[in-house]
Design a protein around this ligand. Structure first.
Ligand SMILES: NC(=O)c1ccc[n+]([C@@H]2O[C@H](COP(=O)([O-])OP(=O)(O)OC[C@H]3O[C@@H](n4cnc5c(N)ncnc54)[C@H](OP(=O)(O)O)[C@@H]3O)[C@@H](O)[C@H]2O)c1
Length: 320
């Protein structure tokens, strides 16, 4: 049974009505066929954006497009194929997108997998690290030239409260030596998401770019993310989790609020960041380790073969 709760809305709460008009803007949302990604794509389309739903299953992508179009949004939506667990697919998506668009205003790195049994991406990386972090690292790097050419462009990446518990193990990023823990692998991938945001912000700033990169988390929001969880969690989640219309607002604030500065992080503002409307969230101390973040960046560049082209400077994906 679905329990419907109304969240208390204070006058200062940041809600859907605070999202600025997005008419004329182009937005890519990864993992937009369900959950938070679909809700974000819906909100962008309702605010007038042209939204590309980047999904790995064409049927699910088309279903989501139909569902959003049925709401008669003022913006437009379409679905394109993107499998973040396959770097060839990431490269093909980025190439086709660059060929077909002359601007990219907002890139939402949202797609994710949680607590999956040990499995590997097409290139052999542990699935959660490979999808949640490496796939988005490769995607962002390959769309960066277009983002840099678009005035006011922004990249927003979904992290998690789980970043606090993450640890980047450079000796075994891929869980080949350690005994596999699906929870620890998820925590590592979500810490990597946050470190990626902060390191990208530092590198953009060093290159003289004012492009804004932000992060968000949705507290505990009811979605399909629990598909690999114990059946009790799957049953409880729709009852205790935030409704996607509210849980997605932190991501929307990070992606659209003009006052959100580069490197900022947004999530639910109440009860240890698990409930309520979005406000500034706490970045874990581990995520602020600049030495680890720089090394993670270099390793990610080597593992994906993607070198970032900042203004006037292209990084090289050197061998470790
Ligand atoms: N819900 C929460 O409480 C919560 C908490 C913290 C963080 N998050 C983060 O929020 C983000 C969205 O999660 P959600 O809660 O909306 O979960 P969800 O309902 O399971 O949605 C995840 C989306 O990611 C897509 N995806 C998974 N693997 C992919 C791949 N290889 N290539 C492309 N897309 C892929 C899924 O596509 P398929 O349907 O085809 O699998 C789906 O569209 C994730 O990054 C998650 O870690 C969520």
């Amino acid at each position: 049974m679905q329990v419907v709760r109304e969240e208390y809305v204070s006058v200062s709460a940041w809600t859907f009505s605070d999202i600025p008009d997005q008419t004329g803007r182009t937005v890519v949302v990864t993992g937009a066929n369900t959950g938070i990604g679909r809700e974000a794509a819906t909100m962008f389309a309702r605010k007038g954006a042209h939204v590309v739903l980047a999904c790995r299953d064409p049927r699910k992508g088309d279903d989501a497009v139909k569902r959003i179009r049925a709401l008669r949004p003022s913006g437009s939506v379409r679905a394109d194929l993107l499998d973040l667990a396959d770097l060839d697919s990431v490269g093909a998506f980025a190439e086709a997108f660059r060929a077909g668009h002359d601007r990219l205003d907002v890139l939402i790195n949202n797609a994710g997998v949680m607590w999956s049994p040990l499995s590997r991406t097409k290139q052999g990386f542990e699935l959660q690290f490979g999808t949640n972090h490496l796939g988005h690292f490769a995607l962002t790097g390959q769309l960066l030239p277009l983002l840099l050419r678009t005035p006011g462009a922004r990249v927003t990446t979904m992290s998690s409260l789980a970043q606090k518990f993450g640890r980047i193990d450079f000796d075994d990023l891929d869980w080949r030596r350690r005994s596999y823990s699906s929870g620890a692998a998820y925590n590592q991938s979500k810490l990597a998401n946050m470190m990626f945001v902060l390191e990208l912000q530092r590198r953009l700033e060093a290159s003289g770019s004012a492009m804004v990169v932000t992060a968000a988390h949705p507290g505990w929001t009811s979605s399909e993310l629990t598909r690999h969880s114990h059946s009790v969690i799957r049953r409880v989640s729709p009852v205790v989790g935030l409704k996607p219309e509210i849980g997605t607002l932190g991501l929307m604030r990070a992606a659209t609020d003009p006052t959100a500065s580069s490197g900022s992080y947004w999530g639910p503002g109440r009860f240890f960041e698990t409930r309520g409307y979005p406000s500034s969230a706490r970045i874990s101390r581990r995520a602020e380790d600049i030495t680890v973040a720089a090394r993670l960046w270099e390793e990610s560049s080597v593992l994906t073969g993607v070198a970032y082209a900042f203004v006037g400077r292209t990084e090289r994906a050197t061998d470790v």
